[in-house]
Structure formats: C-alpha cells, structure tokens
Write a protein that binds this ligand. Structure first.
Ligand code: ADP
Ligand code: MG
Length: 284
C-alpha cells in the first residue's frame, strides 16, 4: 500500500485538485484508492460532492477516536472511496495540542489498512499549514508529493517544507520520502516556469543523499492551467467525469501513469506517448 501525503503549506498551489484527480485517475486504472481529506475546509470532499454535515462521520471523529476510518469512509465511484472532512476538523488542531502521541493518531488508525493491504493507494490532501494535521499525515504516509505553482516565489517556503519532512523522518517516521514534485497551474512556454524548474532541479541535485528528498523526481507531466479543473468541484465530480478529454483530465491521467510506473520503477514503453519518471538522482 502506498500512502501519499500531498503537501505544501502554501494555499492555492493545487493540492486538492491534484489529490482528487490523481485519486480518480488511479482508480480508473483499477487501483483501489482511498482519498483522505485532512483540510478543515473540506475542499476535497466537496469536490467529490460530499458535504460532511453534523451527522456524518468524518475524519474529525477518527481523530477523537469516536469512530474508525472504515466507518467514516464512503464509496464514491468504483475503486475510489473518500474519508471526508469538514470544519469540525479545525478543532482537532487545538484539542490535540498537548496530547501525548498526537502525531500518531492517523498512523494508528491506518495500521490495519497497512497490515491488510486494504488499498493500493491512500492519498491524503493536507491543509495549507505545517500543523498537527499535516504532521499526522507525514507520520502515517510513506511518501510525499509536493504540488508547486512555478512562479517566482515558488521555491520560497520549500526549504521550510523540506525541513519539516526531515524532522519527521528523524523523529516520527523513518521511512518517509519525498518522491514526487508536481508542477501545477503550469504556463507552458514561459521563461519563468522553465527557470523555476531549472532552479528546483539544481537544488535537488545538490542535496545530500541522506535527506528524505534526495531521490525526489519532478514529474514529467506538467498540469496545465485548464478551466475545467476549476469548474469540476462546482459539479461535485473529478475532472475525469466532469470533462473527459479536457486538458485537465488528460494531464492527470498522464501523471497517474507516472505514479504507476514508480511502483516497479519500470519504463512504460508500452504506453506510447505517456511520459516516464525523470529521476533526478538516478545515480544516487
Ligand atoms: P490548494 O489545495 O493547494 O489550496 P487547489 O487545488 O484548491 O489548491 O487550487 C486552488 C484553485 O486553483 C482552485 O480554485 C482550483 O480549482 C484552481 N486550480 C488548481 N489547479 C488548476 C489548474 N491546473 N488549472 C486551473 N485551475 C486550477
Ligand atoms: Mg486544498
């Protein structure tokens, strides 16, 4: 089971859009996928048409140990389920402050999924902060994907984010690795986007092999700016259902192929134009 935290403490970089549509694309490929909404704003839930009201079990009730992940989980479409969140989750941050072992709630709740290999993918949509909810995701996850919008300030804040993952690997979850960097809201052909990608590549290349991001790859697929991606949440559907064939759907399907290719590390020469991973530190 691969458990992936989609994380960036900046808002509006494409965490939720990527979590939802990647989850949907992986489910289409026959993988058993669970999307976990860890943002009190509940955007991933709303994106899939789920508004977690007061009488619906949500991830908040999992944190308070009133319920289990299995009970809170809802089937959305074939192979894709969701553990929803709503504004209640904002309280968890405060309620867990000072509680012993607060970093491990999610990891403990997911333990039997790991043991039973209940899913092929658990994708966690993190809130735009580095608080206790994100730390729970990082403690429970095996991998981190970082969505980035390649503009001038994109790399600012990245060092803080990397430091946090390093801290988590030292103290809480030794196996955690940053495996993928997703370029979202991409304006192809702009000089700036190319520069940012080049800076990022250099940074990763010059990183110590001991760091949890030393083997991070920049996905070859760039998620282009596409209006269908912004419209789909309003219809409570992934872009695959809302606008199949749109650039947004095509990009996330292609990125899912790269994610699948990581399972074996195999180059998928059998799928024509589909791009493959671009390991930055192939030699490492
Ligand atoms: P985050 O979860 O990091 O805050 P979102 O995924 O919610 O970011 O994206 C922020 C906003 O940008 C949302 O309104 C979303 O619909 C829109 N958006 C995200 N990715 C794209 C894209 N590739 N093209 C167009 N709009 C996008
Ligand atoms: Mg979000």
């Amino acid at each position: 089971m691969r458990s992936i935290a989609v994380m960036n403490q900046k808002g509006g970089v494409g965490k939720t859009t990527s979590s939802v549509n990647l989850a949907a694309a992986l489910a289409r490929q026959g993988r058993r996928v669970c999307l976990m909404d860890l943002d009190p704003q509940g955007h991933a839930s709303l994106h899939l048409g789920v508004e977690a009201g007061p009488d619906m079990a949500s991830v908040y009730n999992v944190f308070t140990q009133e319920t289990t992940l299995d009970h809170a989980r809802q089937l959305i479409v074939d192979n894709l389920s969701l553990v929803p969140a709503n504004i209640d989750l904002a309280a968890a941050e405060m309620e867990l402050a000072g509680v012993q072992g607060r970093e491990f709630f999610l990891r403990n709740a997911m333990k039997h999924w790991n043991e039973q290999k209940r899913f092929d993918y658990v994708i966690m949509d993190c809130p735009p902060s580095l608080g206790v909810l994100t730390i729970n995701a990082l403690t429970a996850a095996s991998e981190v994907f970082i969505p980035l919008q390649p503009h001038f300030f994109a790399l600012q804040g990245l060092s803080k984010l990397f430091e946090t993952t390093a801290l988590v690997t030292r103290r809480l979850n030794r196996d955690l690795r940053v495996t993928g960097i997703m370029l979202c809201l991409y304006e192809s052909g702009t000089r700036l986007a190319a520069d940012v990608v080049e800076d990022l590549r250099q940074f990763l290349r010059s990183s110590d092999a001991e760091t949890p991001w030393s083997r991070a790859a920049i996905f070859k697929t760039r998620i282009r700016r596409n209006i269908k991606l912004a419209e789909a949440p309003g219809f409570g559907q992934s872009v695959l259902d809302y606008a199949p064939g749109s650039a947004g759907a095509v990009d996330y399907i292609e990125m899912a192929q790269e994610v699948l290719a990581m399972e074996t590390g195999a180059v998928r020469s059998d799928v024509g134009s589909v791009s493959v991973m671009e390991p930055l530190r192939a030699a490492a």
